[in-house]
Ligand binder design. Structure first.
Ligand code: DX5
Ligand code: ZN
Length: 219
């Protein structure tokens, strides 16, 4: 059984205090920092890019789990690798050549993730599972924090874990969107081993980050 990791999404952080918020996550026991990059084109929201990531990474020892909700994505991969992303996750709909984008991230020495929107089928990436380090299963439609969890995507996680056994390949499954204290357990039971959470970690229990991370981790 893989160790359960928590990757807090800074989309729900106080953007006027991002450096301090990252420090609070580090002190609160975050395993990864989930950075939601949005371009206002692939999703109807615009957040941060390479310069901000570079600045934040300077003062943080935790790995940056960068979720690229941008299209086209291929030509920007170098910039996010240079900025300090440790895991670079993109959406298959955002590249003309899935294999080439996967290879580019790996050639840069980064872990590669591919993200499946709620309506995107596992079949889209089935032939690449031996090249991918992480599959990011969206449990909301991408673009905003604070949305309602979509339990139907749990079937996708179970399907991925079955394929993993059949093909004897190894990858992390990260679930992202609407994760809270009620549904974190069913997400883990379905087979997710990395939980992304923004609203629950930053807003619950008066923003007690350590308590919220511990609660999400406990099965
Ligand atoms: C949505 C992002 C998610 C989101 C998670 O497009 O990819 O990472 O910020 O935030 P919550 O946990 O509030 O749903
Ligand atoms: Zn995300």
């Amino acid at each position: 059984m893989k160790k359960i990791q928590i990757s807090p999404s800074i989309l729900s952080a106080d953007f006027s205090q991002l450096g301090n918020e990252i420090k609070r996550l580090e002190e609160g026991g975050a395993d990864l920092i989930h950075v939601d990059v949005m371009d206002g084109h692939f999703v109807p929201n615009l957040t941060i890019g390479p310069p901000v990531i570079k600045a934040l990474k300077k003062n943080c020892s935790i790995k940056f789990d960068v979720h690229l909700m941008i299209s086209p994505v291929h030509k920007y991969i170098d910039a996010y690798a240079d900025a300090g992303a440790d895991i670079i996750t993109f959406h298959p709909e955002a590249t003309d050549d899935l294999s080439a984008s996967i290879k580019k991230i790996k050639d840069l020495g980064k872990k590669v993730g591919v993200s499946l929107n709620p309506e995107t089928k596992v079949s889209v990436i089935k032939d690449y599972l031996d090249q991918i380090d992480l599959i990011l299963v969206m449990s909301v439609n991408p673009g905003f924090g604070g949305q309602k969890f979509m339990p139907e995507v749990l079937e996708k996680i179970k399907e991925l874990r079955n394929i993993q056994k059949e093909k004897n390949v190894d990858f992390d499954i990260e679930i992202d969107g609407g994760i809270n204290f009620e549904n974190s357990k069913i997400a883990i039971e379905a087979g997710a081993n990395i939980l992304v959470s923004g609203t629950t970690i930053f807003k619950s229990n008066n923003g007690d980050i350590k308590k919220n991370i511990d609660l999400l981790k406990s099965k």
